[in-house]
Ligand binder design. Structure first.
Ligand code: GUN
Length: 281
């Protein structure tokens, strides 16, 4: 039976320390970190995420604002809003909630955010910094995943890590971060042949494919660290990519869904906003 990696508790402890840092920054420099989230349209899942981000900001003492724009907003209007926030000294982090409506080019929007305020870590400058080992603002979910793996006390250096999924938000950056920490990294994806064999070689298995229950124990090496990034809503409840009850019998450590990676993502967003505010001094 594996040990549970309790993201909820770990995230709460980190937020407590962020709250103290935010307070100290305020006392020492009179600066309150500020995060602005832009939400376009009425996607219910996005609305939930944005509400959770506001709640987390409140908990740690970060000033938060939300700009809610219509589904029909033009790309030009959105880019003008971003430019205004780039110039606003009270805002240290800008996050445009994805996905955006089809008529808006996501790359153009991400590229318009000042790299210094890109608390998502999606701007090509921040991606390049990550790639070359100079990261300042790292993407939140991968950053949270690394913290969870480190919490197990297992060394990452020298381990075989397999990342299933190659998105810009999770798969690619988490693979780079594991490489930076000296793991031997394989990135697998939907076209990978013999996925089960490759996954079985993993001491650290990160699954980010968005297919609920896709990974059963046949993909998992005994004693592996298994990180489930999947969060698909099925009949009103969140389901991971891993069949938890089965895989927990074989893995060494495993994250639950919900309560694993999810709470860490928002906590890392708070941390990135604090970092961006400190760097603005
Ligand atoms: N939509 C789903 N995940 C994310 C994320 O990490 N950042 C943003 N901006 N939008 C998202």
């Amino acid at each position: 039976m594996s040990q549970l990696i309790d993201g909820k508790t770990i995230a709460r402890q980190i937020r407590k320390s962020i709250k103290e840092d935010v307070l100290a920054l305020n006392m020492k420099h009179g600066l309150t970190p500020g995060l602005c989230v832009i939400l376009v349209g009425d996607n219910p899942a996005s609305q939930v995420y944005v509400r959770n981000k506001e709640r987390a900001c409140k908990e740690v003492g970060i000033h938060s604002s939300v700009i809610h724009m219509s589904e029909r907003v033009t790309e030009k209007e959105l880019l003008e809003t971003i430019e205004r926030l780039n110039q606003d000294d009270t805002i240290h982090g800008i996050l445009v909630q994805l996905p955006l409506p089809d008529h808006i080019n996501e790359d153009s929007v991400i590229n318009a955010i000042s790299a210094a305020k890109d608390v998502d870590g999606f701007h090509p400058i921040n991606c390049g910094m990550l790639m070359t080992g100079q990261a300042q603002l790292e993407p939140c979910t991968p950053k949270g995943i690394i913290r969870l793996i480190e919490e197990t006390g297992e060394d990452i250096a020298g381990k075989q890590a397999v990342v299933i999924g190659r998105s810009n938000i999770v798969g690619k950056p988490v693979a780079l971060m594991l490489l930076q920490k000296h793991a031997t990294v394989t990135i697998a994806h939907s076209r990978t042949k013999n996925l089960d064999k490759i996954a079985q070689s993993a001491d650290i298995l990160v699954v980010a494919i968005g297919k609920p229950g896709f990974i059963d124990s046949s993909f998992v090496k005994k004693g592996a660290v298994v990180i489930d990034v999947g969060t698909t809503r099925v009949n009103g409840s969140l389901k991971g990519d891993v069949i938890f009850e089965e895989v927990r019998e074989k893995a060494g450590y495993i994250t639950p869904v919900p309560g694993g990676v999810g709470p860490m993502t928002i906590t890392m967003l708070m941390e990135n906003t604090l970092i961006a505010a400190k760097r603005s001094l």
